[in-house]
Ligand binder design. Structure first.
Ligand SMILES: C=CC1=C(C)c2cc3[nH]c(cc4nc(cc5[nH]c(cc1n2)c(C)c5CCC(=O)O)C(CCC(=O)O)=C4C)c(C)c3C=C
Ligand SMILES: [Fe+2]
Ligand SMILES: [Fe+2]
Length: 372
């Protein structure tokens, strides 16, 4: 058969998919500058620059010892970047033939930073960009901060392309189905190990957030609650005992509750075993591999909780990656600048900061730089 004439060939658009995540230190020496980048971000420490800069450096210095001990358990570095690279490669493969897609990674507080990524996207000759935060729930501290850093980096490198943002996908059906399947497998494994007659409770453990940030209009807590409900609904197991709790408190302010510690105390009191599901993370890192697998496990043991099990994160689970690919196609087909998860009963309430629905903007972020 004759090949179609050039004029009949459909050009495939070059689409850069930019995966956002927080980033993590790649060596023991990187722990302190990584923490400094995090604690001097105005989206995290909400005070004027002349206070934030010295205070952020001080808090980072104070946290370095504890964080270094956690990363030492993982071989001195965070596994977040290699796992995100695997997710990017899998997603690129799952996106099909209609577009020429390439996945890029922009981390917020450690390499690769937005600026290097924006340059790489420009050099590749992208014609469109899809921003895909690897946070199911929108928070001004995570997705909001990454979007601001990305926009600032694009302005610096002169990258100006049609851009769509998957600002939140907390109760997307494909994501909920994929996650429910992982949770079901984990529940069945845990059930087989729990002694006869002992009940099993699912603890949906999400990353915590200072309460003041939620009161300022951050939709994170609302979206966390929708994610838990969507997973339970997708699973469809009647009578499941489950609860939401919040982990990883790192500042003295009041954070969202109940904390994961409090939920473990309650489980000990109720004499139920627990299966902990990391609700706000889609890849393994220090807060799953150390905080959940070592610290909370030890606490549960000490408290006499009659069984402690942990559900793995999605990482490159094929059904999860397929859900992400479907989201990318959906936001492109919808032609929207931003796509939320999604219309109907689960639509974000009016306090959805950082989204076009409200105009409430996260604080201006200052791009993370490696200190000299
Ligand atoms: C005030 C401090 C912090 C807020 C608010 C916060 C929100 C937040 N973070 C994640 C996801 C991740 N956090 C990670 C590490 C991390 N986070 C904080 C502080 C806050 N996070 C610190 C100090 C650290 C460093 C580790 C430590 O010192 O314990 C990571 C990556 C960890 C890795 O191993 O690479 C992720 C991912 C979410 C989802 C969130 C709020 C919604
Ligand atoms: Fe965090
Ligand atoms: Fe949204």
């Amino acid at each position: 058969m004759q090949p179609p004439p050039d004029s009949a060939r459909v050009a495939r658009p070059r689409v850069a998919i930019v995966l956002f995540n927080l980033g993590g230190p790649d060596s023991p020496e990187a722990v302190r500058p990584f923490l400094t980048n995090l604690f001097t971000d105005p989206a995290i420490l909400r005070m004027p620059g002349f206070v934030r800069q010295p205070l952020g450096r001080f808090v980072a210095w104070r946290r370095t010892k504890a964080a270094s001990e956690n990363y030492a358990i993982l071989g001195g570095r965070s596994p977040l970047l290699p796992l995100t690279e695997e997710q990017g490669a899998a997603l690129q493969g799952a996106l099909g033939e209609d577009i020429e897609a390439r996945c890029f990674i922009a981390m917020r507080y450690w390499h690769p930073f937005s600026e290097a990524t924006a340059r790489a996207v420009k050099e590749w000759g992208a014609e469109e960009v899809v921003l895909l935060p690897l946070y199911p729930q929108f928070s001004t501290t995570t997705t909001g901060s990454s979007i601001t850093a990305w926009n600032e980096a694009c302005a610096r490198v002169g990258l100006s392309l049609p851009t769509r943002t998957l600002c939140c996908w907390h109760s997307d059906d494909g994501f909920a189905q994929a996650t429910a399947a992982i949770l079901r497998r984990s529940y069945e494994e845990a059930r087989a190990q729990v002694p006869e007659g002992t009940k099993l409770r699912v603890l949906f453990s999400a990353h915590g957030l200072p309460e003041t940030i939620v009161k300022q209009g951050d939709p994170y807590q609302w979206q966390v609650e929708r994610t838990a409900e969507a997973i339970v609904e997708a699973w469809g197991l009647g009578g499941l005992d489950w609860q939401i709790c919040y982990q990883s408190r790192v500042t003295p302010q009041k954070w969202l509750g109940p904390s994961t510690e409090e939920a473990l105390h309650k489980a000990a009191e109720d004499k139920v075993a627990v299966l902990v599901h990391p609700l706000a993370f889609v890849s393994e890192h220090s807060e799953t591999l150390v905080e959940l697998d070592v610290e909370y496990r030890e606490l549960a043991h000490k408290l006499g909780v009659p069984g402690y099990h942990r559900c793995p994160t999605q990482n490159s689970d094929p059904a999860f990656i397929a859900a992400m690919a479907a989201l990318v196609h959906r936001v492109r087909d919808a032609g929207e600048r931003r796509l939320c998860s999604f219309a109907g009963a689960r639509q974000c309430p009016k306090v959805h900061s950082g989204c076009p629905h409200t105009g409430v903007k996260p604080p201006r972020a200052q791009s993370a730089k490696v200190p000299a």
